[in-house]
Design a protein around this ligand. Structure first.
Ligand code: ADP
Ligand code: MG
Length: 335
């Protein structure tokens, strides 16, 4: 069994670190890890996948829920992968033929445009739209590769938000996106700033669902737990979690919490688990999102699968892998 007791500051995986804000009941503890374990470990019980949980690449996922789905990508802690997730899930959704608008609500430190390689094409921002200096379609930057993906930046880099800019302004922008002549987008993704101050409140205001990003470390988990509470207070009940920067070698060495440990602590449904992958950093620096890479990378595939689940409002479970994977890493997700 993976022992968390050996990690400094981590009491036990059976008791959540922080009071849980959801009604999640903890499943019985078992030796669990998303990633391959050594052959010497006892065989886990057989895991039966539900048909809906199997990824069916030969069909388009069925969009569940009313459009536009306004999804905020948030975390509390900075640097855990919100912007990376917004870019990669956004482009995955566009590749699945859904229309997507990604809003960079990280005002002072915007960088979604950089990750997407669109920085030279941002001439106008949402602030200019709100001031009446330009039209909304002038501030929307269409991706050259996927024309059904558009980026909207709230402000210029290093600029401060004017007093009075808040959640209502973002609601106005979302309403304006809904009533465009081109039609309402299927997804509006909002890249949230770190922290829980005014920028965070503004970013979550128009959202009706959230993707909470966390890494498997206790500082990110504490922030994620706090943010979950705040989202629920704001009436956002549909919160799914992505565990990012997961390292198989560290989980095996019992130096990192497994994805299931994280899920048990936060009590949130799991949308995806993204491995630590140097390709993410390479693609960030090239301004070329990972999901567009050919051949696909492990992290890129994990983002694509998370996008698929988002469309269908599906979730996954972290399961123990039976011995060495024979059918590939991604065949071990269940419903
Ligand atoms: P945030 O928006 O939460 O501040 P970013 O998306 O900007 O975080 O990511 C912070 C850094 O972490 C970036 O340099 C990014 O390339 C890196 N990163 C994110 N996810 C991964 C991953 N799965 N593997 C490796 N590096 C990652
Ligand atoms: Mg960011």
């Amino acid at each position: 069994m993976l022992s968390l007791h050996r990690l400094p500051g981590v009491p036990t995986a059976k008791q959540p670190l922080f009071p849980s804000t959801s009604t999640f009941t903890h499943p019985p503890r078992r030796p669990t890890c998303l990633f391959p374990q050594s052959k010497t470990l006892p065989k886990p019980p057989k895991f039966h996948k539900s048909p809906t949980a199997l990824l069916q690449w030969n069909r388009k996922p069925q969009l569940s829920g009313e459009t536009p789905r306004v999804v905020v990508v948030t975390s509390g802690k900075g640097g855990v992968g919100k912007t990376t997730t917004t870019a990669n899930i956004g482009l995955s959704l566009a590749r699945l033929d859904f229309s997507v608008v990604a809003i960079d609500a990280d005002v002072g430190l915007r960088n979604l445009d950089l990750l997407l390689g669109l920085e030279n094409r941002v001439n106008y921002t949402a602030l200019e739209v709100l001031n009446g200096d330009c039209r909304l379609d002038q501030a929307l930057v269409r991706d050259k590769r996927w024309s059904n993906f558009e980026l909207l930046c709230i402000s210029k880099p290093r600029s401060k938000l004017p007093l009075g800019f808040g959640g209502k302004a973002l609601i106005w922008l979302v309403d304006a996106l809904k009533s465009r002549t081109e039609g309402c987008p299927d997804f509006i993704l909002i890249d949230c700033p770190a922290g829980i101050d005014a920028g965070f409140i503004t970013a979550i205001t128009p959202a009706n669902e959230a993707i909470l990003i966390t890494t498997p470390d206790i500082t990110a988990l504490r922030d994620a737990d706090r943010v979950t509470g705040l989202l629920e207070c704001d009436g956002i009940r549909d919160i799914k979690m992505i565990v990012n920067r997961v390292r198989t070698d560290m989980i095996k060495g019992e130096d990192m919490m497994s994805v299931l440990d994280v899920q048990e602590m936060l009590g949130l449904p799991l949308l995806g688990a993204i491995p630590e992958d140097s390709e993410v950093i390479r693609s960030t620096n090239r301004g070329y999102p990972l999901v567009l890479n050919k051949p696909p990378t492990l992290a890129g595939l994990a983002f694509e699968q998370a996008a698929w689940r988002l469309v269908e409002q599906d979730t996954m479970q972290a399961v123990m892998v039976e011995e060495e994977p024979k059918r590939g890493f991604f065949s071990f997700f269940g419903g």
